[in-house]
Design a protein around this ligand. Structure first.
Ligand code: CTP
Ligand code: CA
Length: 226
């Protein structure tokens, strides 16, 4: 077996990655979701596996294939994702790339489709979903030593990302601009900023999502190595 080296900087590490959207059912055929192809999260899981890590990928519903060499757990809702994350612990590095739906219908979806009855739509009451990243980052027992969040923003990207790192308690935020002009959503490229707890920011050039994943894995390996 190969040891830790330039090719396998995450050998012997356990890495957990969330990816994709979550779907929050209104009824058996309708749901609330965020936009996410899962490409960036899946690419990170694959790059971590190639770097020698033992990787668990917890994915919402996506149309892309499972990355090779990765244990994939499929979920639908935010609450299922949180449960799967808890079950997959412990981890040395936890990376939360999923676009989790912030809200779910307050009423549990029944087995029957809601029918239009000609009186217009019934109001849809929403409940807030658990914040998976904050739940894990704020653990006092069993917190992964390195907790990484993502921030998809459409404006004042760095300000929002700095506020988010403080609010969530993670160690690093990977922020990207997902405004329509950026072409990130569903695309193959990404421009990311890495924001640390102390406010330090590193901005990478526009890269393919696969290249962002490869660089991120090397960067995180450096952080866990001290
Ligand atoms: N996240 C999560 N669970 C949630 C919401 C978000 O784990 N219920 C994680 C995402 O995977 C991401 C980070 O938190 O790593 C930031 O998600 P984002 O949607 O940008 O932040 P929110 O706190 O939900 O704020 P808002 O959507 O209002 O910008
Ligand atoms: Ca959100």
């Amino acid at each position: 077996m190969l040891g830790v080296g330039a090719d396998r900087p995450l050998a012997g590490r356990r890495v957990l990655v969330t990816s994709g959207p979550t779907h929050e059912p209104i009824d058996p055929v309708r749901y609330i979701a965020n936009r996410s192809s899962g490409r960036q999260g899946h690419a990170i899981a694959q790059a971590a596996a190639r770097a020698g890590a033992s990787v668990t990928l917890i994915s919402g519903p996506v149309a892309i294939p499972d990355p090779p060499g990765v244990a994939v757990i499929r979920v639908e809702t935010a609450r299922e994702m949180l449960e799967a994350v808890e079950a997959a612990m412990p981890a040395d590095i936890a990376i939360f790339a999923a676009a989790v739906a912030d809200w779910r219908p307050e009423q549990e979806a029944g087995a029957k489709k809601i029918k239009k009855d000609g009186t217009g739509p019934a109001p849809l009451a929403l409940a807030e979903n658990p914040d998976i990243l904050a739940t894990i980052a704020r653990k006092t027992v069993g917190r992964p030593p390195l907790v990484v969040g993502f921030a998809a923003e459409t404006d004042t990207v760095l300000d929002h990302a700095r506020a988010k790192i403080a609010r969530k308690g993670c160690d690093l935020i990977v922020a990207n601009d997902v405004s329509a002009a950026g072409g990130v959503m569903g695309g193959l490229e990404n421009t990311v900023h890495l924001i640390h707890r102390d406010g330090a920011v590193e901005t990478w050039p526009r890269l393919s999502k696969d290249e962002v994943a490869r660089r991120l894995v090397v960067y995180l390996a450096g952080m866990v190595a001290g």
